[in-house]
Design a protein around this ligand. Sequence first.
Ligand code: FAD
Ligand code: DLZ
Length: 509
Amino acid sequence: MSPRLILVLGDQLTPDLAALRAADRTRDVVVMAEVADEANYVKHHVKKIAFLFAAMRKFATGLEADGWRVAYGRLDDPDTSRSICGELMRRNSEFDAEGVIATECGEWRLRQALDDCPLTIETLPDDRFIATRAEFAAWAEGRKELRMEWFYRDMRRKTGLLMDGDDPAGGKWNFDHDNRKPADPDLFMPRPMRHEPDAITEEVLALVETRFPDHFGQLRPFHFATDTAGAKRAASKFMREALPRFGDFQDAMLEGERFLYHSVLSLYLNAGLLDSLDLCQQAETEWREGRAPLNAVEGFIRQIIGWREFVRGLYDLQGPDYTSRNHLNATRALPDFYWNADTDMACMKAAITQTIEEAYAHHIQRLMVTGNFALLAGIDPHEVHEWYLAVYADAYEWVEAPNTIGMSQFADGGVVGSKPYAASGAYVDRMSDHCAGCAYDVKRKSGEGACPFNPLYWDFLIRNRETLGKNARLGRIYANWDRMDGTKKDAARASAAAILGRLDAGGRI
Ligand code: FAD
Ligand code: DLZ
């Protein structure tokens, strides 16, 4: 009997993936490939490419050890095609195969490419998520507003996580209110696990160094795990050392502390090396056995079964044009300092520098620093989206786009969030220690040396008043502006115009 081709993509590195479950290891051939099209659709951070290629190679070796026949295409193999479809066509001829079994891919872009591929492809749902596409669509049907909190409660009920019978553990669904403390420098600050590259990873690092010299980011040192065993060790270290304080300091930022109490597990979850339900169950055990407080564990679980599942559902529901939305008609080009960190704003410099070096920034850095600046400065949301998709090791469009286009840039007009996450410098000052050492003065509202976030904040709101003025959640803020002294208003807008003019001229910020 002819074999079928079983497609396993770089973010499908899960032994019980739907396509593998449907396959017969005595008959079928697993197809995996490092291809130029996937590596280049944005100029991915070199650490992300290295992580995925090393993890793919090890996953393939693991499958072979389990008795699978694997046809693995390496990027440096002259016969490997440019695209996933090309690679399937090549293997189809090589094995005289009888069709392809695939697990639905995360991004519309690749779904479209596989639909256009002239082979018979049976596509199975990706059931590594807690909500199926149909469940999310049914939940969303007929609702005027889609809000994460209501969906999250259903996911708690569905999984039984942090439930005492029908009630939420601790009597509350959400402890976010307790999770907004600024952090202090701490000698005992936990650090994510650092994994030394082995021979396979070293070989991939050398390949990435030669093949992607113009891609974003710094490749070495490279300390990500590249297999499930390593990712699980990283998760255990997080549970033991950081989870107990994850909640309290979830929104905090500290100069020189790149990870604080965050898990740095998203890249492993998104590539399939870790299972989201399993991770949440481990976190719940930490609380039930008295090693971590409820506000921390609830906060961590909410990010995964709440936000992660919610944005995935929305991405599917909103369709392939989502990344072209531009509700606020923002058209400014992305400033160069997003690529080289060459800015005098201490918070921006810290977030972008660590993005270059680590392919990582935590949520508040992404949302309230780099995202906030782009929002206030009116940067084209598609350019912002392509930046976030390129620069983080965990970035895939299904999770990145709702966070960028929706939550951060409000370019979807309120599908993900009910109001824009716009903030002045006071927010960064409250949640971080960046302002103390900054070239700008966060207390100055306008004029020479004022923190750019201050005048840009008001300018953004006034520029967009026609669109945002009817938003009930912004009513008090607009009322504050209306009460403000005229000279202060003029000074803020003149400062904003000067900053935006400098941006347009490629000047230093
Ligand atoms: P932790 O703070 O330890 O949180 C635990 C887990 O919760 C994460 O590993 C992640 O899987 C999940 N999570 C937390 N917040 C979110 C969220 N808003 N949406 C989805 N999952 C969440 N996350 C990605 O995985 N890939 C992306 O490409 C991505 N792009 C983003 C772009 C912007 C503009 C913003 C504001 C956020 C983005 N996020 C993205 C969400 C979030 O910033 C990252 O998931 C998080 O910073 C990953 O770090 P961590 O593993 O230390 O997370
Ligand atoms: C992100 C990525 C990269 C950089 N390279 C590959 C690759 O060479 N081969 C592969 O199968 N997958 C890769 N990926 C992950 C895919 O881009 C991902 O599967 C799609 O974006 C669908 O979500």
